[in-house]
Design a protein around this ligand. Structure first.
Ligand code: 5GP
Ligand code: ZN
Length: 113
């Protein structure tokens, strides 16, 4: 999808500061970080949100969560980190391509805003 910024990043058509990539996913630093460590983990394939995921995406979803843990390990987020996926307008989803935020290196309040 050429009109999707995250598809463009996954295809190497738009620049991003990469953490790692593999056959299924791309992990890159958020352009507008909300914490000292703020990385996005996205599937290469366009999936609009968690709500658009299907039973056939089960393995992909597991791989993406393991990708989030890999980000935390590679960035040394030993004190803890948070994984978030905003889904839909009320949750503040602004990019309609599934992504997990990995946030760390500061205290993260609860409940979230
Ligand atoms: P959402 O608001 O959908 O949960 O998260 C989208 C995130 O993508 C935001 O944190 C935003 O800063 C980030 N973002 C949007 N466009 C770009 C981009 O072109 N490059 C990067 N690296 N991050 C982006
Ligand atoms: Zn996309």
């Amino acid at each position: 999808m050429d009109d999707c910024i995250f598809c463009r990043i996954a295809a190497g058509k738009a620049a991003a500061r990469l953490v790692f990539t593999d056959d299924d996913m791309v992990a890159f630093h958020d352009v507008n970080p909300q914490a000292p460590a703020h990385v996005l983990v996205i599937p290469r394939r366009h999936v609009a949100s968690l709500s658009a995921a299907r039973p056939g995406d089960r393995e992909l979803l597991g791989a993406l969560l393991l990708g989030c843990a890999r980000v935390a390990a590679e960035l040394g987020l030993d004190a803890g980190y948070r994984v978030v996926t905003n889904t839909g307008p009320a949750a503040g989803q602004s990019v309609a391509h599934l992504h997990f935020h990995v946030l760390g290196r500061r205290a993260l309040g609860w409940p979230p805003g």
